[in-house]
Design a protein. Sequence first.
Length: 361
Amino acid sequence: MDDLTALRTALDGTDPAAGTAPEPDARHRARAQAVARLQEDSAAPAGAGLLRRRIPVLAAGAAAAAVAVGAVVLLQPSGHPAGIPAAYAAPPDPIEVQGGEPVDGTDRLLALAETAEDRGGAPGEGGVAYVSSTGTELERLTANAGDEDPEETRGYGFIPYEWDTWAGPGGETRRDAHPRPPLETGGEEADHEWFLDRRSESTEETAPPSMRWPEELPTDTGGMVEALGGLGDDPFDDSPANLVGSAEVLYGSRPLSGPEEAAVQRVLAEHADVRYLGTATDPLHREGELFSLRVEDDMSVSERRYLYDPEDGSLLYRDATLLEEDPELGRAEDFGLEYPLLSEQVSYVWSGWVKGVGERP
């Protein structure tokens, strides 16, 4: 288990070593020593244990085949059980929606954009964008035990994560992904630790110019369409599927001022079939207004849902449900799953500006 993440969460922003990232081996040794000391204390009263503080739990999630559910190859040591710990196989419950039948949400989302317009700038100081989020992803996996020509073993897991993402003005980026403990007990503890260590990672790179957002995002609808449709090396694409995908990249990589968020909302309202679902509470117990979009491309059909704060128009949460996918890319039935398949959930904890990559507010 990632005790470092749990401890820092318990410290609630007061960790004096928040900017450091110890090596996995060092963290494992420290954990082993701590467990050994706990075991030596045989006089502990019944029921005593480690203090655990969970973020008010992550509802279900995942990304899918090729574009929707991520396929990961795990090369495991000889003798290690193939696949992933069964404790990760249980999907969390989806968020509950309060409301009647879905209705056209265009006017309601446009009204929300007017609310967001008055919000002002993003919080924080500095020139580096920082986004902290938490959620759950469904990952499909293949594994082997180190043989030269192994028979593939397939499995799936709903993995809860905490993410931190930084993007500097020169394209320098960093993304920290920390898997959280299993959503239910079961399996061998050593399997869990091995899996958590393999999936915990920090990546740093310099984004190419085509993947960098302008220092000042456009606040008019046409300009935001240009920014979203032009992201990446491919030709300009203002299809609903591409605009929605680029908007999700934007939300995950930098903070938005009120006028910038309003522009994104107007793009979604005017370029996609928006439905208003009612009110809902996200896994962090924040209530908002829930909208849905149907996204269809050459590989899959999915429903994307967005929960916005009615007070200031900010995005609190999003999820994705896979409805159909090209059988050549994979089928949910192959992994013991079925459609509709809730494949990803993300709650946005904080986004704003900091002075350097790796720094937190």
